[in-house]
Design a protein. Structure first.
Length: 322
């Protein structure tokens, strides 16, 4: 099996006892190392079941599962789970333990020395935006929901697993905190290059986070592709309906200003500006605030490298609907 794949599912299925049909029908799936893959679908579609088979919280009813090229049936489930980070919606923190004790759980099991564990705790708390000196000695009940979720993420990464499984981790958090955590996850992923599978029922979240998106319905994968490809070319009527694929504003989220801008001109002065990496939805907001319907595209040094206009965006949207 090529080294590029972190997870390979070969004809994997799951049927629970006394169930009238499989929760997950026979499924083939390959996930590359370092990819952030979101799994999207309604409740009961099989997305959580699929996730839990990967770390054998649910034993597959059939098929073969490889993690980093290793058949997981050849090793103990406990050993497998120590190699895979797992984050759930309720965080699963031990309420009687301090934050530092929670984060140190798996490293202690693995026999790490105290100095190594302490260094890891500090690094991880800093990574998830919690100052070690302020949060180490606190208990979970003394933290907000968003802070607890950050600790849950730190604990899941404590033993430095190459694979992270996340089951609707931000589902019970308010919208503002959720958006901040999503941004934090993107930064962490870019910095560490973990392979992440992230279950969600939130379409915007799936599209924002995922390098690729798995869409499930009634135990079957309907489409597995990049977000923009799914929006532009839905595999079937179910995907089209779920994703509201004809929504132009949604598509604008996945196109950057740098991809469609016109050359800079003397007309692009000191008015509203965006960066080449800003998405077109952000650019549209700036354009609507611009008195002349023009926005400058400026690089990190503040130099104009292009411009956008309402007319240009309108042409782009018309072409996107063809």
């Amino acid at each position: 099996m090529p080294d590029e794949y972190a997870i390979v599912l070969e004809d994997i299925s799951k049927t629970f006892r006394n169930a009238s049909r499989p929760s997950v029908y026979p499924t083939d799936l390959k996930i590359k190392k370092g990819e952030f893959v979101t799994i999207l679908g309604a409740s009961g579609c099989g997305k959580t079941t699929l996730l839990k088979m990967i770390n054998r919280l649910y034993e597959p009813s059939g098929g073969r599962l490889l993690v980093n090229g290793e058949d997981v049936t050849k090793i103990s489930a406990t050993l497998l789970r120590r190699k895979i980070g797992y984050v759930i919606q309720q965080t699963g923190l031990f309420q009687h333990m301090t934050i530092e004790q929670n984060v140190a759980t798996v490293p202690k099991i693995l026999g790490w020395d105290k100095q190594r564990i302490n260094k890891r705790i500090d690094n991880l708390l800093n990574l998830v935006g919690l100052k070690p000196q302020e949060f180490r000695k606190r208990y979970p009940r003394q933290l907000s929901g968003g802070q607890q979720q950050r600790v849950g993420l730190a604990r899941a990464m404590a033993a430095d697993p190459s694979i992270m499984l996340m089951d609707e981790p931000f589902g019970a958090i308010d919208a503002i905190t959720r958006s901040n955590l999503q941004d934090e996850m993107i930064k962490i992923q870019k910095k560490l290059g973990k392979t992440i599978l992230f279950v969600t029922h939130d379409i915007s979240e799936a599209l924002k986070l995922g390098d690729r998106v798995i869409i499930m319905n009634e135990g079957r994968i309907q489409q597995y592709d990049e977000p923009l490809t799914i929006l532009r070319s839905p595999a079937n009527a179910f995907v089209r309906s779920l994703m509201n694929s004809d929504d132009i504003l949604q598509r604008l989220t996945f196109i950057t200003a740098g991809e469609v801008m016109e050359p800079a001109s003397s007309e692009t002065g000191d008015g509203p500006a965006v960066s080449p990496t800003d998405d077109l939805r952000t650019a549209l907001t700036a354009l609507l605030r611009s008195p002349d319907g023009l926005v400058s595209v400026k690089d990190e040094n503040g130099q104009a490298v292009g411009r956008l206009s309402l007319a240009l965006l309108n042409r782009f949207c018309l072409e996107a609907t063809k």
